[in-house]
Design a protein around this ligand. Structure first.
Ligand SMILES: Nc1ncnc2c1ncn2[C@@H]1O[C@H](COP(=O)(O)OP(=O)(O)OP(=O)(O)O)[C@@H](O)[C@H]1O
Length: 926
């Protein structure tokens, strides 16, 4: 099936959206168990692109370690976002290092999708922003991630065309929120909001909340953010009407909404009203107040909503970046894989300013593709004197330059005036990329690389000016909700990113949507031009979003045929002599020759005879598949080197061998064999005896033993048994650590574990791994207990599996949430975690927690075994003080964060309900 939907053009993956589930992405396909050369020869697959980028980043393919970028392109609905998610999943699988960071990175997508995607006529889950995800690696493991976001389509918050919807988050929130939270944020029935229409999104809301927990958002931050979103919805319901004196006022029916909005935004009602109904400006030291007409008041309302939403989105991205920043020494050099997924090319019934920006970004991307695939390659053939018949392609540079000229400062300020389209018509009427539209509406047509698009130029000026009046900004800076205050105090960088206040910024008033897009695209291109690119071309097989239907015309789109020709006839891998010689360690061949151009040349001839062409002065020219061929040879050589070293052959033999192979292929550096340590005889007296070991033989599972927690425990246990390592000082240190952990537990944890005044029976305090396993000896499969760590602050879950005990480390997140290492769900407490995994199995064996182990009468009963019993008793004593533990459910309610002006929100909601009730009564009466 894979062949039907995916193929390669050389090394470029062409992926056709199947619009149905295909069993192509299962675990068996993604598991990286094969050698690289075999992995790369597998049928076309998005996972293979991930593998290639990862191996190249590690320096295992044609070059040394280098930054990589994966560029995914295609029209809206072609499958770019799905491909991005699969790429991320596979890269995380390849670099799996038993850390929670990989899971956190995977959670960023559902989070951003909820806030940045929406249904359009072209795609039910269309990205309304572009993103470039930078994954940062040290050696083979991921150390951090950074998201760059581009051009969120904020106007969607206040306006959606026929067949389109608002951002997913609003539907998720209204559908999935609990009645208590609905009351807390001041939300009503979804039908009561003008800016959203109800849809079933219940489950998605808990998915988004979980993603925020997993990434590390604090509870209060979440509450503040949700309250701001509720405020945006309330704002949309404020309506205006003129009075007899022509002064504008809020309609009687929407007064409640004004109060609710003020409460949800944490500002004074009168000040909010003033900001909506008039503009205050200061001229020569004199404050002048200008009253708004109805249209201006509605525009002010809409622009507050757009700016507030845009800033919430920007804040989420910067928070994600802060939480996923690489936690490594700055001196360590990190390698990077970037994945670009921007909104696809769009052509709707009515195309506005946003579509022009989106299509401009796509033109830029197409240029990047053309530049790499056609321009650079053919220029190098010319320079190096390679015989070549030029392949012509649809160069989109002229149109790109034209659009750039249109929007670049200083033109845009003047240009987007009311007669904007007239100016365009007179300036570009003879251009092949522009068509004048004879119409009363301000229409014009641009001939893009992917087809003609007719735009409506009305409102370009307003849409481009991404600003709000200073009075509104000041109002929100003084909000009692710290998050809102931070969002409005922040300024926007030249690339449109939310910046801390002190950062160097362009003046807020001059900040323009298009110029920020121009800058961010320029910065993006700079990053991508220095990385090695991998291309994924996504194709939408039909316009109806249906499976098993292919419209052949679409396959001609994007110059795919020209791409096929150049990949077939051309040489896509063109390393310089130096780069090539370094990579394949060719210095070994003739160590006596000085490092000159001639020498590289000489070396190259040897290789090129078997492989490919060589250029006039500086480059070699290979077919795309030569990289794989060479890496296969490298692998063979690595094995050969090991064999030679193992057989203790003299070095000279190795060199001769290298020389031989080098004449027909590349050479890898000799791989040093790991030195085998001489086994130290252990004194009989300290060897652990059968009595010390668990009663049943237990095969060890590497994945779980690798956790630092368990290893430390086992090691300290063994050290204790051996009674030697570190002597008394070590023992003192261990004891101190345990006491510290008990204190940590007592001060920060105990209350969270208690239910109904006692510890749950699965909670065993501080016992050792061995004691936990002993307790499990005759227990049924699915039995479990949770214990406090001895060597680190945290918990371990011990589980009775089918043929052995497993120990799952429970990760404590900085926001106070609990998650089993490697799982994708965070929990507010241990009892919640236990409850969840009694329904959802723990990966990778899908194990369900079915029976609590022992501790029937809570913690007071000490566990079996002796070693840690003393510690356990101390824990018991520490907890057995006079404190009467309250019911956790009640405590939960008392301590949970609330919106800052919760009482005023409640009052406003009551007023709204009352008005609704009266209306209903009147309707029924009438
Ligand atoms: N590999 C796939 N397998 C099954 N369905 C897919 C696959 N890729 C895409 N789809 C379907 O196509 C829809 C659109 O895909 P996606 O959102 O990735 O498009 P896109 O190119 O990112 O569009 P946009 O530019 O509008 O964001 C998905 O919601 C999904 O239903």
């Amino acid at each position: 099936t894979a062949f039907l939907y995916k193929t390669y053009i050389g090394d470029i993956l062409v992926a056709i959206n199947p619009f149905k589930y295909l069993p192509l992405y299962v675990k068996e396909v993604s598991t990286p168990t094969r050698p690289i050369s075999i992995q790369l020869k597998l049928p076309p697959h998005i996972f293979a692109v991930a593998d290639r980028a990862y191996q190249s980043m590690m320096g295992r393919l044609a070059t040394g370690p280098r930054n990589q970028c994966i560029v995914i392109s295609g029209e809206s609905g072609a499958g770019k976002t799905e491909s991005t998610k699969l790429l991320l999943r596979q890269i995380m699988e390849l670099c799996r290092a038993n850390s929670q960071l990989e899971q956190q990175i995977l959670q960023v997508n559902p989070l951003l999708e909820a806030f940045g995607n929406a249904q359009t006529v072209m795609n039910d889950n269309s990205s309304r922003f572009g993103k470039y995800i930078q994954l940062r690696f040290h050696n083979s493991s991921v150390k951090g991630a950074k998201i760059n976001e581009y051009l969120l389509e904020k106007s969607r918050v206040v306006h959606q065309d026929e067949g389109e919807r608002n951002f997913h988050i609003f539907y998720c929130m209204l559908a999935g929120i609990s009645p208590d939270d609905k009351d807390m944020y001041g939300l009503l029935d979804p039908t009561q909001y003008r800016w959203v229409h109800f849809r079933k999104w219940g489950e998605k809301y808990s998915e988004v909340c979980n993603a925020m927990d997993m990434v590390g958002f604090q509870e209060q931050e979440k509450v503040d953010m949700m309250t701001i979103l509720a405020g945006i919805l309330s704002l949309g319901n404020i309506m205006f009407e003129p009075t007899e004196t022509d002064v504008l006022r809020v309609t009687g029916k929407s007064m409640g909404w004004l109060k609710a909005t003020a409460g949800q935004f944490g500002v004074q009602e009168e000040e909010l009203l003033r900001s909506l109904t008039c503009t205050l400006s200061v001229t020569r030291g004199e404050a002048i107040r200008r009253l708004h007409n109805q249209q201006q008041a509605e525009d002010a309302r809409d622009s507050i909503a757009k700016v507030a939403y845009g800033r919430v989105f920007g804040w989420i991205v910067s928070k994600v970046n802060e939480l996923l920043a690489p936690n490594v020494d700055f001196d360590i050099e990190l390698n990077e894989i970037g994945i670009l997924d921007i909104f696809g090319f769009e052509n709707f019934a009515v195309n506005r300013f946003e579509q022009l920006c989106i299509n401009l970004a796509n033109e830029q991307l197409q240029y990047f593709f053309n530049h790499h695939i056609f321009l650079m390659e053919q220029n190098e053939y010319k320079e190096e004197g390679i015989e070549w018949e030029t392949i012509s392609f649809k160069d989109n540079k002229p149109i790109l330059v034209k659009i750039h000229n249109l929007f670049f400062p200083p033109h845009h300020l003047l240009f987007f005036s009311q007669d904007f389209v007239d100016k365009l018509n007179s300036k570009f009427k003879s251009s092949p990329h522009y068509e004048v539209v004879r119409s009363r509406s301000p229409l014009f047509t641009v001939v893009h690389y992917a087809g003609k698009v007719q735009y409506n130029g009305g409102g370009f000026l307003e849409m481009n000016r991404d600003t709000i009046p200073a009075s509104i900004r000041d109002l929100f800076i003084n909000s009692v909700t710290p998050l809102l205050s931070v969002l409005f105090a922040a300024t926007i960088s030249r690339t449109g990113t939310l910046m801390p206040r002190k950062a160097k910024v362009v003046s807020n008033l001059l900040y323009m949507y298009v110029s920020s897009l121009q800058h961010s695209l320029a910065v993006l291109m700079e990053k991508m031009f220095v990385a090695s690119p991998h291309f994924v071309r996504c194709i939408k097989p039909n316009g109806n979003k249906l499976p098993d239907q292919v419209d052949n015309k679409r396959l001609r789109y994007n110059g795919l045929l020209e791409t096929i020709r150049i990949r077939r006839d051309g040489f896509s891998w063109r390393p310089s002599f130096k780069e090539f010689a370094q990579r394949y360690n060719i210095l070994l061949i003739k160590p006596d020759l000085p490092l000159t151009k001639e020498r590289y040349y000489l070396i190259s001839i040897n290789i090129v005879q078997t492989f490919s062409h060589y250029g006039r002065s500086s480059r070699l020219f290979f077919k795309y598949w030569h990289q794989e061929e060479l890496s296969r040879l490298l692998e063979r050589l690595g094995t050969a080197a090991l064999v030679i070293q193992k057989s203790k052959a003299p070095l000279v033999l190795y060199q001769q061998y290298c020389l031989c192979v080098c004449l027909s292929g590349p050479v890898s550096p000799p791989v040093p064999l790991p030195r085998r340590k001489k086994p130290q005889p252990r004194p009989r007296s300290i060897m652990p005896t059968a009595a010390h070991l668990a009663p049943v033989p237990r095969p060890r599972n590497k994945q779980f033993e690798a956790t630092p927690f368990d290893n430390l425990e086992v090691h300290s246990e063994l050290a204790e048994l051996m009674g030697q390592v570190g002597g008394e000082e070590r023992a003192r240190e261990r004891s101190k650590k345990r006491m510290d952990n008990i204190r940590w537990f007592k001060e920060t944890q105990a209350r969270k574990v208690v239910r109904n005044g006692a510890f749950p029976c699965w909670f065993h305090g501080m016992i050792t791994r061995r004691q936990a396993e002993d307790l499990m000896t005759d227990k049924p499969v699915g039995c479990f207990l949770i214990r406090v760590g001895q060597s680190r602050e945290g918990y371990t879950l011990t589980y009775k599996g089918a043929n052995r005990c497993r120990h799952y480390m429970i990760e404590m997140q900085s926001n106070g949430k609990y998650v089993i290492l490697g799982e994708d769900k965070a929990h507010p407490s241990l009892p919640d975690l236990v409850q969840h995994h009694s329904r959802v199995g723990i990966k990778p064996f899908n194990e369900l927690l079915t029976t609590s182990c022992g501790q029937v009468s809570t913690w007071v009963k000490p566990p079996l075994g002796s070693g840690s019993c003393r510690i356990y008793s101390q824990l018991a004593q520490a907890l057995a003080g006079p404190v009467a533990w309250r019911d956790e459910g009640e405590r939960d309610r008392r301590s949970r964060p609330f919106p800052r002006l919760y009482p005023s929100i409640r009052l406003a909601m009551r007023e709204i309900q009352q008005v609704r009730g009266n209306d209903k009564e009147r309707e029924e009466g009438g």
